[in-house]
Write a protein that binds this ligand. Structure first.
Ligand SMILES: Nc1ncnc2c1ncn2[C@@H]1O[C@H](COP(=O)(O)OP(=O)(O)O)[C@@H](O)[C@H]1O
Ligand SMILES: [Mg+2]
Length: 246
């Protein structure tokens, strides 16, 4: 079971979009995949047009069992929903005296039968995010092709390295450049800087594609909404890359 988090303290860099569409690509390729929504905004279920019932918050707080919270969204594609009730989980984690970084790991311990468990992290650096880094073995960092986003990557990686001192085996699998626009010089420049600063970690880009932003409004992933789009091609490529590694 590969456990991967899509994480970056910055919002709007396509963490959720990447988690949902890369996950959908894996599922379509026959990999049994679970998406775990760790964000209070709860966008993963909405993006896939499924009703969120009991989710991660109820699971962590002991009000629901693992079997209750795994929703089948599509063939091979399952979701544990996030949402506003995760605020209570953060308070609960903060109050715990011992090993508070392992609350999420303990709650998800009994998961079985998946090829991939993908976590959609919130755009912040809080107790739940740290918990995510103690659960997964790999992280993928989406970075949008903007100057400020690029500057944030160094800080973010610094924090991840702090966690790595206590969490053996946590691997920064790659940085995913998002919102890449080949017509804009800035995009190519930022990509070049990213490759220079983080040699060997930069994955193939996700191009800017309006279909990717429209699909969630229809409760569809990109392979349902526009399977011949750039967005579909890019996420299919990333899914193959992820499935190959590890
Ligand atoms: N490659 C892309 N091209 C165009 N719009 C995108 C692309 N990726 C994501 N979006 C849109 O950008 C917004 C932010 O993406 P989202 O995945 O919610 O970011 P995050 O989870 O990091 O906050 C959303 O409206 C999403 O639909
Ligand atoms: Mg998000």
């Amino acid at each position: 079971m590969r456990k991967v988090a899509f994480t970056n303290a910055k919002g709007g860099v396509a963490k959720t979009t990447t988690c949902v569409n890369l996950g959908a690509a894996l599922a379509l390729a026959g990999h049994r995949t679970l998406l775990v929504d760790c964000d209070t905004q709860g966008q993963v279920t909405k993006s896939l047009g499924v009703q969120a019932g009991e989710g991660l918050a109820e699971l962590v707080q002991g009000d629901a069992g693992l079997e209750d919270v795994q929703i089948e969204a599509r063939e091979n594609l399952f979701v544990i929903s996030g949402g506003g009730s995760l605020s209570g989980v953060k308070r609960m984690i903060s109050r715990r005296d011992m090993r508070s970084e392992l609350v999420l790991s303990e709650a998800l311990e009994g998961l079985r039968g998946y090829d991939f468990v993908l976590l959609d992290a919130a755009p912040s650096w809080d107790v739940l995010n740290v918990n995510s880094l103690f659960y997964v073995d790999e992280i993928l960092i989406p970075v949008s092709m903007e100057v400020l986003a690029l500057q944030g990557v160094g800080d973010f990686l610094g924090r991840v390295k702090e966690v790595q001192r206590y969490r053996d085996g946590l691997l920064i699998r790659g940085i995913i450049p998002t919102f890449y626009d080949g017509r804009v010089k800035k995009s190519a420049e930022i990509l070049e800087q990213l490759e220079r600063h983080f040699p060997g970690t930069v994955w193939p880009v996700v191009r800017y594609n309006s279909k990717l932003s429209e699909a969630p409004g229809f409760g569809q992933h990109i392979f349902e909404y526009a399977k011949r789009s750039y967005g579909a091609a890019d996420y299919d490529r990333l899914a193959k890359r992820l499935a190959k590694g590890g």
